[in-house]
Design a protein around this ligand. Structure first.
Ligand code: URP
Ligand code: ZN
Length: 456
C-alpha cells in the first residue's frame, strides 16, 4: 500500500466498523486489519468518512451584473477544508448560445484551477429545438443533469419545461428545477417597490413560500406527464415538501435537495441591523421557523435525499451593497461550500436528529448516486477513489470569517461553534488538507464524466 489509514472507524451510509484502509494508486485497495503501507496515518479515535460530494455550487458565476467571488481555486480549496472532495457546478447556457459553449466556458475556467474533482450540470435557459437535440451530446460528455429555472428572467415556460423533461426521459438525463414562480415574484416585487419598500427585509416578502410550493407542484406535474425523473434543488418550505412527498408516495421519481441555510437560519435574519440582512439575500429566501422544523423532520423521515450548498458568495462590501437602496439589486447568493459538512454533523449527528450513517448518506453517498458518480465517489469501498476524510468528532471550530477559507467577507454562521471537523483530507490518495494547512495543488482536481441517471 502507498498509504494506510490505521485504527479508525470506517463510516459509510450503510455501516460503521473498525478497520484499516489501504490506498494504492489513488484508490482504496484494501479494507481490513493490520494493513501495512509505506506511509501510515493514525486514525485511532477518529472516523474515516468518504470525501463529501457537494452537488450544487456556483463558482465564478456571472450573475446580476457581478461575479460570485469564489473562483474554482479558492472555492475548491475551501470545500476541501470542510471535508468536501467533489463538487458539481452549474454551467449556464446564455440566451442564443449552445450547451456546448456553456460547458466549454466552464471547463476553461475550472480545469486549470480546481483543487478537487468536479463535474458539471448544464442549465438550459433557451430551450430551442437545436438545444433539445444537443442534450444527448451532453450525456455523452458526462454531463447527465440539466437545470431549469422557474424563478428568474431566464426561466422557461411550462411547455418548454415539459419538452426538456420529455427529452431527458428519452436520453437518461435528470432535470434539476429551481422552483419559484418568477411571474408572481416579479409582480410582488413591483408592488413592494411602488410602496417604497426597498430594504433587504422585503426580499423574502417578494417571494413567499406559496410561490415556491406552487412552482414545485407544477414541476412535479410536468415531470409526471413526461414520466421523467425530477430533482428539486434547494427546497425550503412545507408546501414544497408536501408536493414532493405526495409524488414520492405515488412512486414518482422525485428527488429532494435542501441546504444548511434553510435548516439553520430563518427569516428573522433579514431584520439584522443596518444593511446586514443583505447577507441572506438568496433565492429561495430564508423561511419562517416552522419550515425549518419541517425540513429537519423530512430529513429524518427520508423525504429529503441530499444536502447541497448552493454556494454562490458575494461580498457584502463591493457586491451586495449595490442594493443598499433597492433590495432587487442585491446579488442573490451566499457562501456555504466549506461549512456544509461540519454544520450537518454538528446539528444533525451531535444533536441526535439523525445517525452518523444518514449523515454520510446526505452529504456524500446520495449526491454521488443521484448524479452518476457512485461508487467512484461517495463511499469507502475497495475500488473507490481514495477521497477520504479523517474526521475528528471532538475538534471544535467557531465558524467565524477569520477561521474559514472562502473568499468572501462574511460568514453567515458567525457565533456558531461546531464540534466535529476534518483533521485530514485525501483526494485520490493525496493529502490535500492537514488541519489548517492546504497541501493540494491548483489544477490538481479532474473533470468527472458522470453516468446517466438511474433510480436507486
Ligand atoms: O440565491 C441563489 N440561490 N443564488 C444562486 C443562483 C441560484 O438560483 O441557484
Ligand atoms: Zn443554485
Amino acid at each position: 500500500m502507498d498509504i494506510v489509514l490505521k485504527g479508525g472507524t470506517v463510516v459509510t451510509a450503510r455501516d460503521s466498523y473498525g478497520a484499516d484502509v489501504g490506498i494504492q494508486d489513488g484508490r482504496v485497495a484494501e479494507i481490513g486489519q493490520d494493513l501495512q503501507g509505506r506511509e501510515t496515518l493514525d486514525a485511532s479515535g477518529k472516523y474515516v468518512l468518504p470525501g463529501a460530494v457537494d452537488p450544487h455550487t456556483h463558482l465564478e458565476l456571472e450573475f446580476m451584473d457581478t461575479v460570485s467571488c469564489d473562483d474554482f481555486y479558492t472555492g475548491t480549496v475551501a470545500a476541501a477544508f470542510g471535508g468536501t472532495t467533489t463538487i458539481i457546478d452549474y454551467a449556464e447556457q446564455t440566451k442564443g448560445g449552445t450547451l456546448r459553449q456553456a460547458v466549454e466556458t466552464w471547463r476553461s475556467r475550472a480545469d486549470s484551477k480546481v483543487a478537487i474533482d468536479y463535474g458539471l450540470h448544464v442549465s438550459i435557459t433557451d430551450a430551442r429545438e437545436d438545444v433539445l437535440a444537443e442534450m444527448e451530446e451532453m450525456i455523452s460528455a458526462g454531463i447527465s443533469s440539466f437545470k431549469c429555472y422557474l424563478a428568474y428572467p431566464e426561466r422557461l415556460r411550462d411547455d418548454e419545461l415539459l419538452r426538456v423533461f420529455s427529452r431527458a426521459k428519452e436520453i437518461g438525463g435528470l432535470v434539476n428545477v429551481h422552483c419559484e414562480n418568477g411571474w408572481l415574484v416579479d409582480y410582488m416585487t413591483a408592488r413592494l417597490l411602488e410602496e417604497g419598500k426597498t430594504e433587504p427585509r422585503w426580499h423574502p416578502r417578494s417571494r413567499p413560500a406559496a410561490f415556491e410550493a406552487e412552482a414545485t407542484q407544477r414541476a412535479v406535474t410536468l415531470a409526471s406527464i413526461a414520466d421523467a425523473p425530477l430533482h428539486i434543488v434547494h427546497l425550503t418550505c412545507v408546501g414544497a415538501l408536501d408536493a414532493a412527498r405526495r409524488a414520492r408516495d405515488a412512486d414518482q421519481p422525485v428527488l429532494v435537495e435542501t441546504c444548511p441555510q434553510y435548516l439553520l437560519l430563518d427569516v428573522d435574519r433579514y431584520d439584522e441591523p443596518g444593511f446586514n440582512g443583505a447577507k441572506y439575500v438568496i433565492s429561495p429566501p430564508l423561511r419562517e421557523a416552522e419550515n425549518l422544523e419541517a425540513l429537519w423532520r423530512g430529513i429524518a423521515a427520508g423525504d429529503v435525499d441530499s444536502i447541497g450548498t448552493d454556494h454562490c458568495p458575494f461580498n457584502l462590501v463591493g457586491q451586495k451593497d449595490v442594493g443598499r437602496n433597492d433590495f432587487t439589486r442585491i446579488p442573490n447568493g451566499m457562501p456555504g461550500i466549506e461549512t456544509r459538512v461540519p454544520l450537518l454533523y454538528h446539528e444533525g449527528v451531535n444533536k441526535g436528529r439523525f445517525s452518523l450513517n444518514r449523515f454520510v448518506e446526505l452529504v456524500a453517498s446520495n449526491p454521488a448516486r443521484i448524479f452518476g458518480l457512485y461508487p467512484q465517489k461517495g463511499t469507502v469501498a475497495v475500488g473507490s477513489d481514495a477521497d477520504l476524510v479523517i474526521w475528528d468528532p471532538s475538534k471544535e471550530k467557531p465558524l467565524t470569517v477569520e477561521n474559514l477559507h472562502m473568499n468572501v467577507d462574511y460568514s453567515p454562521y458567525e457565533g456558531i461553534t461546531v464540534s466535529g471537523y476534518p483533521e485530514l483530507v485525501l483526494a485520490r490518495g493525496r493529502i490535500i488538507v492537514r488541519d489548517d494547512e492546504f497541501l493540494g495543488q491548483r489544477g490538481g482536481g479532474r473533470f468527472l464524466e458522470r453516468k446517466q441517471f438511474s433510480r436507486y
